[in-house]
Structure formats: C-alpha cells, structure tokens
Design a protein around this ligand. Structure first.
Ligand SMILES: Nc1ncnc2c1ncn2[C@@H]1O[C@H](COP(=O)(O)OP(=O)(O)OP(=O)(O)O)[C@@H](O)[C@H]1O
Ligand SMILES: [Mg+2]
Length: 252
C-alpha cells in the first residue's frame, strides 16, 4: 500500500500470498429469509480460514452459495478468474470442493466405491486415481483397512473421514468443510481437524465452518465471525483468546 492509497489497512493488504478465492458482496435468500447478507471474504493460496458463528448465522448458506448449491448474488473469483456464473460440477473441476454437513455418503456402497465417486472427474486416468487413493489412505489408515466395508456400517468418525477422503479424491485446490466435527467425540473430532492441518501444511487452501472454536482456532490462520448473515469480524486466529471474545461479536 502506498501513502496515497486511501484504503484502510486490513489482513488482505498484509498477506503477501495471492488470493485463491475472493468473494465480494455474496448474498443468498430462502424465499423472503435473507440468510446471507452481502458478504466479502477471501482465502489466500495455502491459507487456513475458519468461519465461526452461532446457529442460524448463515455459515452453511455461505459455503453452499460459494459452490452454487444455493443461488446467490455477488462476485466470486478463483485464482483471478471470474467464476460467478459457473455451476457446482464445473467448480469442482476447477478444484473448489465442499464436504457437506451430514456427509452425503452413499450408505449402501463400500468405502472404496464412495472414494472412487470423488474422482469421477478424472475419467479413466487410472494412475492418478490410484495415487489419490494412496494419499487418502495415508491420511486416514482406517479407510484402507475398511475399504470393502459398506459406508453406512462405519462409525460416525470413520464416515467423516470418508467424506473428507472423497473430497480429496477430487483433487481440491480449495477444500470447504461444514462442521466436520459435528456429533463426534472430542478425540475423534480432533483427529479429523488434525488431518486438515496436515493437508494445509502441504499447501491446500481450507475454508472451515466449525463450532468447536478452540480446535479450529489452533489450526486457522484467520477467522471470520458471522452472525445474522453478516461478517461481524475478520481477524487473525490468535487474536481470539476465549469464548468470551467470540460472544462479543455474536451478540453485538
Ligand atoms: N432451506 C431453507 N429454507 C428456509 N430457510 C432456511 C433454509 N436453510 C437455512 N435457512 C435459514 O437461513 C438462516 C441461515 O441458516 P444456515 O443453515 O446457513 O445457518 P448456520 O450458521 O449454518 O447454522 P448452524 O450453526 O445451525 O448450522 C437461518 O435463519 C435458517 O433458518
Ligand atoms: Mg450450518
């Protein structure tokens, strides 16, 4: 920023990394319910960003609007390309992949079959598919052991690993996750989030919606606090020291 630049300094200005995704004025409604008011947000290349906020804040809607699972208005660019009009499957091909709350697995199919579905965009590039299987199994060894097990018969934690694994099979550049720790025992939740930390250290950009703030804040570099459909705060993760700090943003 030069002395003549009138913009206020913000995290975007001090982060030297180029933007992976930039969202400007993104809004979404369900009928008359304005679930997401115009929101600005970005994730830099290799960055781990967490979105926190109370129930009903619009966190799920935000992720769904980014990957066009709900209609939204606003501008989204990915590595400088305007992707505002692209559909979900096209975004997945570019590397924007979401792990939805509730996991969305095919319960009657095996672990391996579910993973393979994640790689459908690769067509018959068998070597690359096998390489990705190897990566997923290295991250979640449980999935290798249970490759032939029916997904519905897996534990909640294993199903969440499978949901993340399936997203990884698509070769994401930006991985978005909606409360991956929901309903899991603390130790299992911590394991899933640790795996996300490992992926981020390898350079994967992550946008995580998470209610378990202490875990998410340990991993994230930057945090958005969302409440009533609006961004109430954007700050480095280490500046949020306690639930008390968060409540300040939720309720004002
Ligand atoms: N399909 C829908 N139809 C109507 N309203 C909806 C729908 N989905 C969400 N909403 C409303 O939109 C608002 C935002 O919901 P959203 O699910 O995005 O919140 P959230 O922050 O993800 O909440 P939670 O922490 O409970 O998952 C809420 O007021 C919710 O009731
Ligand atoms: Mg939600």
């Amino acid at each position: 920023m030069t002395a003549a630049d009138p913009r206020p300094a913000g995290p975007r200005d001090v982060d030297p990394r180029p933007a992976l995704i930039e969202v400007a004025g993104l809004s979404a409604s369900y009928g008359r319910v304005a679930a997401l008011k115009p929101v600005d947000l970005h994730v830099a290349e290799g960055e781990f960003v967490t979105v926190l906020g109370p129930n009903g804040a619009g966190k799920t809607t935000l992720l769904r609007a980014i990957c066009r699972l709900v209609d939204g208005a606003g501008r989204i660019s990915f590595r400088g390309q305007d992707i505002s009009t692209l559909r979900t499957h096209h975004l997945a091909r570019l590397g924007i992949v979401m792990v939805q709350e509730g996991r969305g697995l095919f319960g009657e199919m095996t672990v391996r079959e579910n993973l393979l579905l994640g790689a459908y965009g690769l067509g018959n590039a068998a070597d690359e598919v096998e390489r990705r299987f190897g990566q997923v199994y290295a991250l979640f060894p449980n999935l290798r052991q249970r490759a032939d097990q029916i997904a519905a018969s897996m534990s909640g934690g294993e199903q969440q690993m499978l949901a993340v694994g399936r997203a990884l099979m698509a070769g994401p550049k930006l991985l978005m996750l909606d409360e991956p720790s929901l309903g899991l025992a603390p130790r299992i939740a911590a394991g899933i989030l640790d795996a996300l930390g490992a992926l981020n250290r390898e350079g994967l950009g992550i946008l995580l919606v998470e209610q378990k703030a202490p875990l998410a804040l340990k991993l994230a570099q930057r945090v958005y606090v969302l409440a009533s459909g609006s961004v109430r705060a954007e700050l480095p993760a280490h500046e949020i020291g306690s639930h008390h700090d968060l409540a300040r943003f939720y309720f004002h």
